[in-house]
Design a protein around this ligand. Structure first.
Ligand SMILES: NC(=O)c1ccc[n+]([C@@H]2O[C@H](COP(=O)([O-])OP(=O)(O)OC[C@H]3O[C@@H](n4cnc5c(N)ncnc54)[C@H](OP(=O)(O)O)[C@@H]3O)[C@@H](O)[C@H]2O)c1
Length: 297
C-alpha cells in the first residue's frame, strides 16, 4: 500500500486529491493546520480513512520529518504567498530529505511556469523560486502542470465571462491554443502521478481540453445553451500594458495576477507541450463543453 503525506487536504484541489488517493486504497496522512482540523470536511475525509497530523509548513523541519516518516511521496496542494510557497515548501523538502521520502509533488498546478520569466506572473515566480530552493536535493521533484482550472476561467475573477451581462471578453487574436483542466481532473491526474514512481523527477503536463479563446467561448455556449456576446478587449500587447497599468497602483498582486495568467495563456508562452495525458489513460478528463453542460451558471 503506497503511503502519501499530503499538505493542503482542506483546499479545493487538495481535498479532491485526498479523496482520490483514498479511493485508490493509498494510505494518506495529511498535515492539517490546527484551526482547520475540526472542520466537517476533515471529519468526512477521516471517515474515508484519512489520518491527520496537526501542524503547518512553518513547523520545525525535524517535526515535519517525523510526521511524514514512512511516506513514499509528499504531495503539496497548498496556496499562499512566498512564505508558504517558497519558504514553507522548502521546509517541506528539507523534511522529506531528513525522513528519506524519495518523491515530492509541489503545489504548482498551473500553465508551464518553467517557460515563463520572472515578472511574467507573480504567483508563478514564487513557484519557480521554490524549485530554485529545491536545487541539489536527492528528492525527486515532480510538477503536475494542468493549464487553467476551468472553474477559475469561468469565474468573474478572470474577467473573461460575465454571466450576468451575458458577455465573453478575450485578449489576443482568439486563436492561440490554451490548456484547460477541471479541478477534479487535475486531482485525478495528481493521484495517478503520485502512484506512478516512473514520474519521478520530471514535470508531467496534462490538459482536459485544448481550446483557443474563440473555441472556449463556443464550448461554453454549446454546453450551457446560453448566448455570450463575444468581445475582443485588445491585443496581447494591450493586455501587457493593462497589467502594467494595474500593477503601478495595486496594493496586492491579486489586483492584476488574473490578467497575468490570461497573458501566459493567450501569448502562448505558458502552453503545455508536449502533453503526457497518454501516460494516464485511466483518467478520462471532461471537455469544457461537458463541464459547462454539467454546471448551472
Ligand atoms: N491552474 C489554475 O487555474 C489554478 C487555479 C487555482 C489554484 N491553482 C493551484 O492549485 C493549488 C491549490 O490551490 P487551491 O485553490 O486548492 O487552494 P485552497 O483551496 O486555498 O487551499 C489551500 C490549502 O493550503 C493549506 N495551507 C495554506 N497555508 C498553509 C500552511 N502554512 N501550512 C499548511 N497548510 C497550509 C490550506 O489550509 P487551511 O484549510 O488551514 O487554510 C488549504 O488546505 C495551488 O498551487 C494553486 O495555485 C491553480
Amino acid at each position: 500500500m503506497t503511503e502519501i503525506f499530503l499538505v493542503g487536504a482542506t483546499g479545493s484541489l487538495g481535498s479532491r486529491i485526498a479523496a482520490g488517493l483514498l479511493r485508490e486504497k493509498a494510505r494518506v496522512r495529511a498535515l492539517v493546520r490546527p484551526q482547520s482540523s475540526g472542520s466537517e470536511q476533515v471529519r468526512a475525509l477521516v471517515g474515508q480513512g484519512l489520518d491527520i497530523v496537526e501542524g503547518t509548513l512553518a513547523d520545525p523541519t525535524e517535526q515535519l520529518a517525523q510526521a511524514m516518516a514512512g511516506a513514499e511521496v509528499v504531495v503539496s496542494a497548498v496556496q499562499g504567498d512566498a512564505d508558504v510557497i517558497v519558504q514553507g515548501q522548502a521546509n517541506l523538502l528539507r523534511a522529506a530529505e531528513k525522513a528519506g521520502v524519495p518523491r515530492l509533488i509541489p503545489s504548482d498546478f498551473a500553465i508551464d511556469l518553467f517557460r515563463l520569466d520572472d515578472g511574467d506572473n507573480v504567483f508563478l515566480d514564487h513557484r519557480r523560486a521554490a524549485h530554485e530552493a529545491f536545487a541539489g536535493t536527492h528528492v525527486a521533484v515532480t510538477s503536475v502542470l494542468n493549464g487553467a482550472f476551468v472553474e477559475v476561467m469561468t469565474a468573474p475573477f478572470l474577467e473573461i465571462v460575465d454571466w450576468e451581462a451575458g458577455t465573453f471578453g478575450y485578449w489576443g487574436d482568439g486563436e492561440q491554443p490554451c490548456d484547460f483542466t477541471t479541478i477534479a481532473d487535475t486531482a485525478a491526474y495528481t493521484v495517478a502521478v503520485a502512484l506512478d514512481p516512473g514520474s519521478a523527477g520530471r514535470p508531467i503536463r496534462v490538459a482536459g481540453d485544448v481550446l483557443s479563446m474563440k473555441e472556449f467561448h463556443a464550448a461554453l455556449e454549446r454546453g450551457t445553451g446560453r448566448r455570450l456576446r463575444l468581445h475582443r478587449h485588445g491585443s496581447v500587447d494591450d493586455l501587457a500594458a493593462e497589467i502594467e497599468r494595474r500593477r503601478a497602483t495595486a496594493s496586492h498582486p491579486a489586483q492584476y495576477v488574473a490578467l497575468q495568467y490570461t497573458w501566459g495563456m493567450v501569448s502562448g508562452k505558458g502552453k503545455l507541450d508536449p502533453l503526457d495525458n497518454d501516460r494516464y489513460p485511466a483518467v478520462r478528463p471532461v471537455s469544457v463543453t461537458e463541464f459547462a453542460r454539467r454546471i448551472a451558471f
